[in-house]
Design a protein around this ligand. Structure first.
Ligand code: BJW
Length: 228
């Protein structure tokens, strides 16, 4: 299962490419690159500091909670990979979440390359608690960087008998290619999204509407089948 920004939209976390395509006044492509960080580190740190602070003001919605319930029943048979850097899946009851684009609540030291849980700001370039260098950046995957855990993701896509994509535009690779890969390996594919995504035609089935409605209904369907 793959999730994107749309699953957190009803919690009040803005998506990247809906409405005016701006995230707090920035195009994501202008701030989510290593080059942008090298050019304007303060702007990029402020962008992520604002999002980290906003995370404390939002709550998981029924879609996150439904996936938590699904994990309770399916256990290791469910592999949840999210492009989101928020922690709403975890707060919604999921215990095993693969964050392929990193996590907002972690900092990555560019000097020692170690990660540290982080809830405060980074704009003042605090010292890394592990090595003391002032080289902490958000632990997120920018354009041109390699997403986390790709080997594991590809393995799970090969194993899958069902691939479900929730709330993602299909505009960013490699995640946008998962549907084709999983389908070629024999999985049935299902899209749950507010509107048809760029790759909607690649899915065996597509259902369109808000995640907070579609996901709980779909989970009820699956659990009805499992528990019958
Ligand atoms: C709802 C809803 C509701 C709304 N209910 N739905 C040319 C061609 C092909 C590829 C490339 C290319 N040039 C460069 C590339 C590669 C590049 C790329 O894909 N670029 C594109 C612009 C084309 N990709 C990379 O660089 C990646 N790395 C890479 O490829 O490394 C090489 C490699 C790969 C694999 C193995 C080995 C090597 C890295 C990509 C990193 C993306 N990072 C970001 C920022 C992360 C940190 C942060 O959050 O700031 O990740 S960009 C941003 O986009 C973020 C998201 O995770 C990602 C995807 O966005 P998402 O989640 O789909 O959100 P939206 O807003 O686009 O869509 C929301 C959807 O929800 C919409 O469809 C709505 O309708 C829907 N929705 N409300 C249900 N209530």
């Amino acid at each position: 299962m793959l999730t994107g920004a749309g699953i957190s939209a009803e919690s009040g976390v803005p998506t990247f490419r809906d409405a005016d395509g701006l995230w707090e006044g920035h195009h994501v492509e202008d701030v989510a690159t290593p080059e942008a960080y090298d050019r304007q580190p303060v702007v990029v740190q402020r962008f992520y500091d604002a999002r980290r602070a906003a995370l404390a003001t939002v709550e998981p919605n029924p879609a996150h909670q439904a996936l938590g319930r699904l994990e309770d029943v399916l256990g290791d048979d469910l592999f949840l990979v999210t492009q989101n850097i928020d922690d709403l899946h975890e707060r919604g009851g999921s215990h095993h979440v693969h964050h392929m684009h990193g996590e907002l609540l972690q900092a990555l030291c560019r000097a020692c390359e170690r990660r540290t849980p982080w809830t405060g700001d980074l704009v003042d370039f605090p010292a890394c608690p592990r090595c003391g260098h002032t080289e902490l950046r958000p632990d997120v995957v920018w354009f041109g960087e390699v997403p986390y855990g790709m080997d594991r993701i590809m393995l799970e896509l090969r194993r899958a008998d069902l691939f479900v994509s929730i709330g993602t535009s299909g505009a960013v690779y490699p995640a946008a290619g998962f549907v084709q890969y999983a389908g070629q390996q024999g999985a049935r594919t299902l899209e749950l999204n507010l509107m048809p995504s760029e790759g909607s035609h690649l899915f065996d089935e597509a259902r369109h509407g808000p995640a907070g409605v579609l996901v709980p209904a779909w989970v009820d369907e699956v659990l009805g089948g499992v528990q019958a």
